[in-house]
Design a binder for this molecule. Structure first.
Ligand code: NDP
Length: 285
């Protein structure tokens, strides 16, 4: 078998076009959506991500500005800035780029962002609503994964879904979303014994670990849908996922590539979230 590639670039274009039309509509009603990104320090990967987000936002008509702060910024200063953005009516979405320098508590900053402006969907209030099955802003990567599954018309009801990784930004919310769609969900992590037992039974396998090519074709069920969230740079500079693409494609029915899979979806869903929050703030949804 040779798996069909789930083209994240193409699907993300579709999402962005939907967002662009929504933005146009909002603007015509005098509501221009605005996303403010805060970047602390000079982590090179974060710089690239932030530039990407800014560019993508502008392309769909979302006003976007990035506040760049030095690495020495104190936690108090950052808290004050976030509070100011919470109070600023022209700002609809706030995103504080992670990771933050070690002396700043990520959790405190995330909790300071107003849940109504939480573009990443990481605020415990929004995660709680997701857990409770209530409508809310959803973390971008998990939401992007669900959109990909929908685009290929994959019916989750009654299927075995296995998620490897239990982070708050990917693993846990994606497991919750799969569960809400009636899949039988297993979450694996670093202490899981006999990982292959689970992966071999997965109709849908989501891998979000951060270990280059750790899952190979031999560990995958014939015909499974494989979603590779990992982004890893190998020593030779090549970008690879958490799944060994060549061997996995021989077994899976559908697979996401790295790059060009989940990554572009994450950015598209951030724009989607910004529009969602804008509408929510104006009582449109
Ligand atoms: P975290 O480091 O927060 O979580 C990794 C998870 O993997 C943990 O739950 C950990 O278990 C688990 N894990 C580690 N080693 C193993 C192992 N040997 N077997 C099974 N599970 C293991 O990572 P993130 O969730 O933030 O990100 C995961 C990957 O996805 C990274 O490569 C990241 O770069 C990428 N990513 C990509 C995005 C995109 O847009 N494409 C967006 C976000 C992330 P434990 O909890 O026990 O420690």
């Amino acid at each position: 078998m040779s798996a069909i590639i789930i083209d994240g670039k193409e699907i993300s274009k579709k999402v962005k076009e939907e967002v662009r039309l929504e933005v146009e509509k909002l603007k015509s009603q005098g509501i221009p959506p605005k996303l403010t990104v805060v970047l602390v320090g000079d982590d090179p990967a974060s710089q690239v991500y932030v530039r990407n987000k800014e560019k993508s936002a502008r392309k769909v008509g979302i006003e976007s500005d990035t506040i760049r702060l030095p690495a020495e910024t104190s936690e108090e200063e950052l808290v004050e800035l976030v509070k100011k953005l919470n109070d600023d009516e022209s700002v609809n979405g706030i995103l504080v780029q992670l990771p933050l320098p070690d002396h700043i508590s990520k959790d405190r900053i995330i909790e300071t962002i107003s849940p109504m402006k939480d573009a990443d969907g990481f605020h415990p209030y929004n995660l709680g609503r997701l857990m409770a099955g209530l409508e809310t802003v959803i973390p971008c990567t998990p939401n992007g994964i669900m959109r990909m599954l929908d685009e290929i018309g994959f019916e989750l009801k009654g299927k075995n879904a296995v998620v490897i990784g239990r982070s708050v930004i990917v693993g846990k919310p994606v497991a919750q979303l799969l569960l809400s769609r009636h899949a039988t969900v297993t979450t694996c992590h670093s202490r899981t014994k006999n990982l292959e037992f689970y992966t071999k039974n997965a109709d849908v396998l989501v891998v979000a670990v951060g270990r280059p090519e750790m899952i190979r074709g031999e560990q995958i069920k014939e015909g499974a849908v494989v979603i590779d969230v990992g982004i890893n740079r190998k020593e030779d500079g090549k970008l690879v996922g958490d799944v060994h693409f060549e061997s996995a494609s021989e077994v899976a029915s559908w697979i996401t590539p790295v790059p060009g899979g989940v990554g572009p979806m994450t950015v598209a869903m951030l724009l989607y979230n910004t529009v969602y929050l804008t509408k929510k703030q104006h009582g449109i949804v």
